[in-house]
Design a binder for this molecule. Structure first.
Ligand code: RFL
Length: 407
């Protein structure tokens, strides 16, 4: 690394500049640093924010394998919980799928994303990895050539610049990497027309399974996080402000939709986090633009109905690390040339399954963008038939399990 002062801007260098300290950026940083590659992570937020941002919780078996391979899974083995059951609740009764005993017989590990990020960050720093918090990438320049630069601004607004051989855009959907893509880059996108109120409740899980309720009022979801915290989702009207529902209204809706009268009461508790999530998906294609490579949500946003985003982020980070190590340590660029194509295969698989889940869980009769009433009834009948097939067909259940945990 070198540092030099130009007129007003400090310019620093690293072989790989990684934008973003989420699961993608920190997995990549750990793998590159362990291989002796000169890299730095630039993160817009401060450390406390990064370590406490609650998002994902269901880690796929492959994610655990990747983290295990690189000695990054100690925390999740210590505190994560194996999980292999989901329960569907409908107007016509409920059924459970022990997906851990179906398909490839793989389990999820329930481990809050903020704990995973904390583990990755701690490991990276203890190994001597470099990270700059409070440093927001503004744009990536000259990515078509071999010496891209990243213009940054620190928390006080002071500008700076990093010069690199490669820039890894792991800064999410609204980051600088996406903003810096050349004109003509494809962004395939879909708005599923459905919104969720996403909640974290200070209450123990109420079921020993992921709960999916398909109720005439709309979808409700239950997902364990820890012994004291549970994530809930409530389908809500598009445009609903996150604070529009009182806690009483939230619990009344969750009780009704989850069928507390028939299945037993939910453990109520304080709502400690809430946000409104419009279910949208997109895919950038290709994921490489010269010296700029995208991974994680920056590469593709899968709607969070199938718990794929953090899992894709870790998988792509490993593929990208291997490709960059081949190129920078051995001068072999073949894996880097194939990086985009390899990731896109996994991304489209995850997108297809997330789309399937969204159609399974939401009645088009409640979705104003679903089309004319006649069409909605047709789609609603197909949706019910899909639920019935999932309830009764072992082949369908095996397919579900393979895709639900698979990545
Ligand atoms: P992240 O985690 O968003 O991290 C990006 C980081 O980049 C920083 N950043 C910048 N830094 C510098 N300069 C800039 N210009 C920057 N712009 C942004 C940000 O501060 C941040 O620290 O992206 P990454 O690493 O790609 O990881 C993606 C995952 O976070 C995401 O896909 C998952 O959370 C999706 N997701 C789930 N995925 C799963 O695999 N399993 C789940 O159970 C699951 N549940 C969820 C989810 C996403 C949810 N939300 C937020 C919609 C549940 C929810 C509610």
């Amino acid at each position: 690394m070198t540092e030099r002062q130009t007129n007003r801007t400090v310019e620093e260098t690293a072989d790989v500049v990684i934008l973003g300290a989420g699961p993608a950026g920190l997995t990549l940083g750990n793998l590159l640093h362990a291989a002796g590659i000169d890299c730095v992570v630039l993160e817009r937020a401060d450390r406390a924010h990064v370590q406490t941002r609650a998002r994902a919780g269901f880690l796929a078996a492959n994610t655990v394998r990747v983290l295990d391979r690189h000695g990054l899974a100690a925390g999740l083995h210590r505190r994560g919980q194996p999980h292999g059951t989901c329960e569907f609740r409908t107007e016509n009764g409920s059924f459970r799928l022990d997906y851990g005993a179906l398909g490839r017989r793989e389990l999820h590990t329930v481990y809050p994303q903020q704990d995973l990020v904390d583990d990755l960050l701690t490991h990276y720093l203890e190994a001597g990895g470099r990270i700059a918090f409070g440093t927001e990438a503004q744009s990536v320049r000259d990515a078509a050539g071999p010496n891209p630069t990243v213009d940054v601004r620190n928390a006080e607004g002071r500008p700076g610049r990093w010069r690199a051989r490669y820039v890894a855009g792991c800064d999410g959907r609204h980051g600088a990497a996406r903003r810096s893509l050349p004109a003509g880059t494809l962004r395939h996108q879909r708005d599923h027309g459905v919104s969720w109120l996403g909640l974290i409740a200070e209450a123990p899980p109420s079921l020993d399974a992921v709960g999916y309720a398909m109720h005439p009022d709309g979808f409700a979801g239950h997902m364990a996080r820890t012994a004291d915290l549970t994530r809930y989702y409530l389908q809500c009207e598009r445009g609903t402000p996150a604070d529009a529902w009182s806690e009483d209204r939230i619990w009344a809706a969750l009780d009704r939709r989850m069928g507390a009268a028939d299945h037993g009461p939910l453990h109520h508790g304080r709502i400690v986090q809430r946000s409104v999530i419009d279910l949208e998906s997109d895919v950038i294609e290709p994921l490489r633009h010269g010296s700029l490579l995208l991974a994680g949500d920056a590469a593709s946003l899968p709607a969070p109905a199938a718990a794929k985003g953090a899992n894709l982020a870790v998988l792509e980070a490993e593929l990208l690390a291997e490709a960059l190590i081949d190129e920078l340590s051995h001068g072999d660029s073949r894996a880097l040339d194939r990086y985009s194509e390899r990731c896109l295969q996994h991304i489209w698989r995850a997108q297809e399954f997330a789309h399937w889940m969204i159609q399974l869980l939401h009645s088009p009769l409640l979705n104003p963008t679903a089309g004319p009433a006649e069409e909605s009834f047709f789609h609603e009948s197909m949706r019910r038939s899909r639920v019935e097939s999932l309830r009764t067909s072992r082949t369908h259940q095996d397919w579900f399990a393979e895709n639900y945990v698979g990545i």
